[in-house]
Ligand binder design. Structure first.
Ligand code: HEC
Length: 217
């Protein structure tokens, strides 16, 4: 019985993996470490006193591929400490409450990435396939913010008084000019995300959406 359940989990993972393969944002096959995996860790695990290069809580620096790989067994998500931590519901749960857990989508991505050997893919051709017209909040902008920002800007962790997990709160930051100012590193604002500038495709997509009046589309 147990093995049948495991088998069906594996099959569903395989199906979802294959159906994700042709995500139009990424030209390469499989999952891109630099643009899909690293931002999940930067946004959710590397705040002050956590797993950043300075604090290294539990000896862990999750801001680099090498640091993340210390907790990963290639091809074996279920034996990887990181996967255990993000799926734990007990004391070892990461990120620890009150921080929100990773989304099911993010957990799935990490699972599939480790399962495919945790490759260190960088520069995955996003710019070539960058859609920058009629950019929609629900399709694109929300995804960028969830990937790069909401780990530090949610209803439990409201860094700088800014929440970015829902349209109304995001719109406030568009209207006061701060969203655009922080992602383009304008003088007088804190550069965001703190780990480094967003890729140019994401910035151009946000720009197109703001230019349309930042609709809730
Ligand atoms: C690792 C945590 C972290 C991540 C990830 C992060 N922020 Fe922040 N953010 C902070 C902290 C801490 C502050 C408040 C202190 C400061 O201003 O530096 C802040 C402040 C801000 C402010 C107000 C800054 C100002 O100068 O008025 C905005 C707007 C903001 N963040 C947007 C974003 C956006 C957009 C992203 C993603 C592209 C993002 N943040 C990602 C931690 C983070």
């Amino acid at each position: 019985m147990k093995s049948r359940i495991l088998y069906s989990i594996i099959i569903s993972r395989v199906i979802s993996y294959t159906s994700c393969k042709h995500d139009p944002l990424y030209s390469g096959e499989g999952i891109c470490f630099e643009s899909q995996i690293l931002p999940i860790f930067l946004s959710n695990c590397t705040s002050s006193s956590c797993h950043n290069s300075i604090d290294q809580a539990d000896g862990l620096n999750l801001t680099t591929y090498q640091g993340i790989m210390k907790e990963i067994k290639k091809y074996k998500p279920l034996e990887s400490e990181i996967y255990e931590a993000i799926t734990d519901h007990g004391d070892d749960m990461m990120p620890p409450p009150p921080r929100p857990p990773l989304t099911a989508e993010q957990i799935e991505l990490v699972y599939n990435w480790i399962g495919s050997g945790a490759p260190n893919d960088v520069g995955c051709g996003q710019v070539l396939n960058c859609y920058t017209s009629n950019v929609a909040y629900s399709v694109t902008v929300r995804g960028i913010l969830n990937q790069h920002c909401t780990g530090c800007h949610n209803v439990s962790v409201i860094s700088g008084g800014v929440i970015l997990t829902n349209y109304n709160d995001v719109k406030v930051q568009v209207d006061n000019g701060r969203l655009w100012a922080v992602i383009t590193h304008q003088a007088g604002y804190s550069p965001m995300p703190p780990s480094g500038m967003l890729d140019s495709c994401s910035i151009r997509q946000i720009k197109n959406w703001i230019n349309q009046g930042a609709p809730n589309n």
